[in-house]
Design a protein around this ligand. Sequence first.
Ligand SMILES: Nc1ncnc2c1ncn2[C@@H]1O[C@H](COP(=O)(O)OP(=O)(O)O)[C@@H](O)[C@H]1O
Ligand SMILES: Cc1ncc(COP(=O)(O)O)c(N)n1
Length: 268
Amino acid sequence: MTNVSTALTIAGTDPSGGAGIQADLKTFQELRSYGMSVITSVVSQNTTGVKDVHHVPIEILKSQLEAISSDIPVDAFKTGMISNMEMMKVVAEWIPEVNAPYVMDPVMVATSGDTLIEEESRSWLRDHLIPLATVITPNIAEAEFILEEKIRNTEDMKQAAEQICSRFGANAALIKGGHLEGEAIDFLYDGSSILTYSSERIDTDNTHGTGCTYAAAITAFLSQGAPLSTAVEQAKHFVTEAIRHSFDIGKGSGPTNHFATREEVMNK
Ligand SMILES: Nc1ncnc2c1ncn2[C@@H]1O[C@H](COP(=O)(O)OP(=O)(O)O)[C@@H](O)[C@H]1O
Ligand SMILES: Cc1ncc(COP(=O)(O)O)c(N)n1
């Protein structure tokens, strides 16, 4: 393969393979982008929750980023768990070195309810990383934190998408409705209009890693040159199929299925 596109994830780990770096790399591979990863924190977690977290030393975070940008062009990248302000600053300083679409998943709390970002660092993320994002992909709780407002229904979600752009400087915002009732509906504000992405709600508890998988799929499609609206449309289909074919493994909220879905996505 000569014209391979490269996708990078900057995130924490999940040894049980459903979320974080592992979910991102599986998604990149499945969608045929060359996957690369920079680890922010080693997280001892599984389908039932987070047991322990070890942050990589700040110098190692810097040198991982440098190892990539000094060697391989990045066609698109995403960030997930960046646990504290010190790490956020290193990432923010590195971003101008790569001229590529940036998908920001403002990971704050795992599906299990465990906190993944220090509370006092969340506002730094909002004020300094959001303006750098090509698209930010908050779930309802994350959007509520960013805006300091309650989101109760689809009208609120649309307004939230617009406001995250107008008030915090994101280029585009995709608000995910996975945690509302009814259809699984997401809204993208792309800087000029609202686009709607909707699927039926699948009756399952296997939603560990859905947000990571979705953001990684958007990153993969952007790395291949898709416009944002197309990348989100294809990624939405990918994550829906990954949830539909999810695994009943583990004792908690099971992982999505990163394979067996590509054919369906690409044949659409
Ligand atoms: N039960 C479900 N059935 C279908 N789609 C879902 C379901 N739960 C979440 N989704 C979709 O999965 C994607 C991830 O959303 P969400 O679960 O809200 O993110 P996060 O993992 O960040 O909390 C969104 O497209 C959302 O609409
Ligand atoms: C390292 C890491 N990053 C992110 C998540 C959130 O996962 P989800 O996609 O379920 O919100 C997680 N559980 N672990």
